[in-house]
Ligand binder design. Structure first.
Ligand SMILES: [Zn+2]
Length: 318
């Protein structure tokens, strides 16, 4: 009898490292490993590292694996169509290759989906059935959970609110997607930097600082009015796009995850006010906006839980 039965392995594949954990059915991480990826971009070398992590976390076992990765994920095929972290990869059948290398069942999930699903299973959204979540990192991602299950949409792209237009007019910032005024250009670290760069000194001096969001948050917490106004603006932009999600999906809960969510206290009040101003009272009443509680573990937990949930496509060896 193995005490490790029932575990699923969750792996959060980032551009510089893989965070991995053995996750129990209730979403608790019972063992974890982190492995550097460095500048390795070779597909087989990455698969070998993931396989090594599986062997280390579950030696001799057969726990299934859920992998989360940034980019365009075809969850049904287990294919990473393209990824900002691995720009040379195209339509890489990561799930099938890892299944062949390990003999385990493998699923692949978009990283924002994994993070928000992890929060719904074991974090800030525990017990909630209808949730929208933002992931606020370098850019802005999002995910939708309906009736307790991830809603991926027809191409796996559902919930990507970073490219919803929130600013119009000639001054709207251009976006890498080809549009202008996208939410991602105003929220997330890239958006905050652009705002800082246009703010005049001394705030403009922060724009190039790798730690700019945290330094701006410290200024705001000390009562700096311009820093407070920048975070309030960020909340307004997030609220404009989230209000559309409230109307479209009638969610009960909005979760904020990712590196900027630690400063949620600085922008949630403005975000909530914007949502209230733009939605029916019956929909915004009782709506809860919460920061995630799992931090960097959310992707591990969500990747594992998405793999073990009923609707996941599982890739088996051969
Ligand atoms: Zn865009």
């Amino acid at each position: 009898v193995t005490p490790r039965s029932g575990l699923t392995l969750g792996m959060d594949l980032g551009g510089t490292r893989v965070k991995a954990g053995a996750v129990s059915p209730d979403g608790a991480i019972v063992a974890r490993r982190v492995e550097a990826v460095g500048d390795v971009r070779d597909e087989e070398a990455i698969v070998a590292r993931l396989a090594g992590l599986a062997a280390a976390l579950d030696p001799g076992g057969a726990a299934p694996i859920g992998v989360a990765a940034a980019g365009v994920v075809d969850q049904r095929e287990g294919t990473l169509r393209q990824s900002p972290n691995f720009p040379s990869w195209r339509d890489f059948a990561l799930a099938a290759r890892l299944a062949a290398a390990t003999g385990r069942r493998v699923t692949l999930e978009n990283d924002a989906n994994a993070v928000i699903f992890g929060e719904v299973i074991a974090g800030a959204g525990r017990g909630e059935r209808c949730v929208f979540g933002y992931t606020l990192g370098t850019g802005v991602g999002g995910a939708i959970v309906l009736d307790g299950e991830l809603w991926r949409g027809s191409r796996g792209m559902a919930g990507e609110l970073g490219h919803v237009t929130v600013v119009r007019g000639p001054d709207a910032r251009p976006c890498g997607c080809g549009n202008r005024g996208c939410l991602e250009q105003y929220a997330g670290a890239v958006g905050l930097r652009a705002t800082l760069a246009g703010s005049g000194r001394p705030l403009a001096d922060l724009a190039g600082d790798p730690d700019a969001p945290a330094r701006l948050a410290r200024l705001a917490e000390q009562g700096d009015e311009r820093a407070l106004a920048i975070y309030a603006d960020l909340g307004v932009h997030l609220g404009v796009a989230a209000a559309a999600m409230v109307h479209a999906l009638d969610v009960t809960t909005i979760i904020l995850a990712g590196g900027i969510a630690y400063a949620a206290g600085l922008f949630v009040p403005a975000m909530e006010a914007e949502i209230r101003a733009r939605t029916f009272v019956s929909m915004s009443e009782g709506l809860s906006v919460r920061a995630g509680t799992l931090g960097e573990d959310a992707g591990i937990v969500g990747a594992a839980m998405a793999a073990s949930s009923g609707d996941a496509t599982l890739h088996r060896e051969g």
